[in-house]
Design a protein around this ligand. Structure first.
Ligand code: LLP
Length: 409
């Protein structure tokens, strides 16, 4: 994470010392770097410059209003998957004509909201959804611009739990079913098929699955001789969580997308989430207790799986850095764990670590995406604060939840 640096023994986010943050704020809390988010967006936009895509930030990765605003000001649109995310994107100032709406289970209420707000695109994921949307369009006396999300049956070669483009996954419509729907399109008089969309998975580290997906799309479009305004290629760009996994090389993919666009003469949309915010956030936590187990020490943090779910859900590896670095070694292996009453409430394990003590602080790295947005009140624990670093100032962009309010029902 380039935003994190040690100056002497102290860990800094940009120009802010994490120790200072812990003096002024109760742990655990998230810290984000505005500069890193901007860098990530501009890097992605530059990489795909020749196709001038609309980059719709997948707000599920981090739905904090201030974060959406930062990206919106740079020109990003939003990819939303619920009425709540849609309202948040609008509140953050994203223009409706830059918002796309995906998801397998959109309700009638959510679809109506999307139509009333006149968003750019609703990506339909089933024939039943198409029928419902068509009925709503008829009632509103409107022809609605839609995309169909295809399931290309491509293996994204990522963690099984975050793969979405294989036939066994619930997402999108199979190519065969899309052909049937397209043949029968006259029954959807109130829909205008303006787009096709795909999203094959998340944390993808190779361009091969993307290449395969583009080929599937080309085949479908050529077979049907269909003219589209947009192709929404989804998100999924992987980041480097561990030294051993490199970031995806998007240069190669950009060239493929450039040629793809030239062939089809349509606008390209992307829906990145993780790659825009993942490396821009850390979770700062205090060591509550150190207890000796038979084979390793348990380092019990005050952050739990309710605050940060990725390890419990996906066995995700996140490096944990001491906020105060010293050269003295810890004697023995250790496992960072949280206070929640579940065996999966644990984080990374280390064979070698520096000497740490109860009351010290640590930072769980690369926690900007699917950290806060996946958190919950499990064990009646309040949602934690979120802090944004802008240059050398910090601002609380979400207050820690009030425990008294939390126990009201
Ligand atoms: N578009 C759609 C339709 C999606 O379902 C997703 C992610 C994205 C875009 C953004 O994907 P990204 O660029 O962030 O990879 N909680 C999991 C990730 C779940 C991703 C769900 N869909 C994790 O922490 O790894």
């Amino acid at each position: 994470m380039s935003l994190l640096k040690y100056f002497g023994s102290r860990l800094f986010v940009e120009n802010s010392s994490v120790v200072n943050l812990t003096k002024k704020n109760k742990t655990p809390f998230y810290v984000y770097s505005e500069n890193q988010i901007k860098k990530n967006y501009l890097k992605l936009a530059k990489n795909f410059k020749s196709t001038s895509p609309l980059i719709c930030f997948a707000t599920k990765a981090n739905s904090n209003l201030s974060i959406i605003k930062i990206l919106g000001k740079l020109g990003a649109g939003a990819d939303v998957v619920s009425g709540g995310e849609l309202l948040k994107a609008l509140k953050a100032g994203i223009k409706p004509n830059k918002i796309v709406f995906s998801g397998v289970g959109k309700t009638e209420e959510e679809l109506k909201l999307a139509i009333q707000k006149k968003i750019l695109l609703i990506n339909i994921e089933s024939e039943s959804e198409a029928r419902l949307l068509n009925d709503i369009g008829r009632k509103f006396n409107r022809k609605i611009s839609v995309g169909f999300r295809l399931n290309p049956d491509v293996d994204a070669k990522t963690n099984k739990k975050i793969s979405t483009g294989k036939s066994e996954n619930k997402f999108g419509i199979s190519i065969k079913n899309f052909y049937a729907i397209y043949k029968d399109r006259k029954q959807f008089k109130n829909l205008r098929i303006d787009a096709l969309s795909v999203h094959i998975g998340s944390q993808i580290l190779s361009d091969t699955p993307y290449k395969k997906t583009l080929n599937v799309l080309l085949k479908v479009i050529n077979n049907l001789q269909i003219k589209l305004k947009y192709i929404d290629l989804g998100g999924g760009f992987g980041i480097s969580y561990e030294k051993k996994n490199k970031e995806i090389n998007l240069n190669k993919y950009a060239k493929l997308v450039h040629n793809f666009k030239k062939k089809l003469n349509c606008n390209i949309i992307f829906e990145p989430g993780r790659s825009l915010v993942g490396n821009a956030g850390i979770l700062v936590s205090k060591i509550q207790y150190i207890k000796k187990g038979p084979n390793k020490y348990f380092i019990i943090l005050d952050a739990g799986m309710n605050d940060f779910m990725r390890t419990a859900l996906y066995d995700a590896k996140h490096e944990i850095l001491p906020v105060n670095r010293i050269s003295k070694k810890f004697s023995g292996a250790l496992e960072f764990a949280g206070p929640v009453c579940e065996s999966t409430c644990k984080f990374t394990t280390y064979k070698n670590y520096q000497k740490i003590n109860e009351g010290d602080f640590v930072a769980i790295t690369n926690a900007g995406a699917y950290g806060s947005s996946l958190s919950s009140n499990y064990n009646v624990r309040p949602l934690i604060a979120e802090i944004l670093i802008t240059k050398n100032k910090f601002k609380i962009i979400r207050k820690r939840q009030n425990l008294l309010k939390l126990i009201s029902a």
